[in-house]
Design a protein around this ligand. Structure first.
Ligand SMILES: [Zn+2]
Length: 213
């Protein structure tokens, strides 16, 4: 049997999150600082699981008012109408408007809930020390991370919709309280992805001596 490749952690090497320098802390020093940029270094992001859980739970809580409260208040000649995201989706659904309706449905309802579900799944499996489906789990994380960069598209889509509606005469559109919670969901899910340390996915396997490659 050939010698298994070793990891930086097995050699006691810590990676600086700010400048990427790999360093060996002085003996007896539990929490070192990067010798190059003085950033505190650790083997893994500190309290990654607890902080990620806090953001995921907060996002899940905000997701409820984001969908229940109106995101848009439209005023027409006949009166004032407040619409939630789902009501907006239904309102936009027409032979010509369905692509926009579909974009709002995916960007505002499906993607945020999927992000929350994926992060919760990753946290639960890491906490259980699961060594199964590691490749799929890291792929899920990368996907959520990639989508996160485009998360502001959700807010853009909603604003764009509001602008479109405003083009119609005798109509004014104002943001509703739901839009605030929706923006909170976007920010909190981005923070959750940021706090999660994907290396945790592989740690259980390393501890149990499972080798890859
Ligand atoms: Zn550094």
């Amino acid at each position: 049997m050939s010698a298994a490749p070793s990891t930086a952690m097995q050699h006691g090497l810590q990676n600086c999150g700010a400048c990427g320098l790999l360093s060996l802390p002085a003996p007896g020093v539990e929490k070192g600082h990067c010798p190059r940029c003085a950033e505190p270094v650790a083997f893994r992001k500190r309290d990654s699981i607890q902080r990620t859980w806090a953001f995921v739970i907060a996002a899940a809580i905000c997701y409820i008012p984001a969908n229940v409260l109106p995101v848009l208040t439209t005023t027409t000649a006949t009166g004032t109408d407040s619409d939630t995201i789902l009501q907006g989706v239904i309102l936009l659904w027409s032979p010509t408007g369905w692509p926009l309706s579909l974009i709002v449905l995916i960007a505002s309802i499906i993607i945020p809930s999927a992000k929350i579900a994926v992060m919760a799944y990753l946290l639960v499996t890491v906490q259980r020390g699961s060594i199964r489906n590691n490749e799929q789990r890291i792929r899920l994380f990368r996907t959520v991370e990639f989508i996160g960069r485009w998360s502001m598209v959700d807010v853009f889509v909603d604003t764009f919709t509001a602008a479109l509606v405003q083009l119609q005469p005798l109509m004014s559109v104002e943001p509703g309280p739901g839009l605030f919670f929706f923006a909170m969901v976007v920010v909190l899910t981005m923070l959750a992805v940021e706090s999660f340390d994907p290396r945790l996915i592989w740690d259980a396997a390393s501890e149990q001596g499972v080798h890859y490659g």
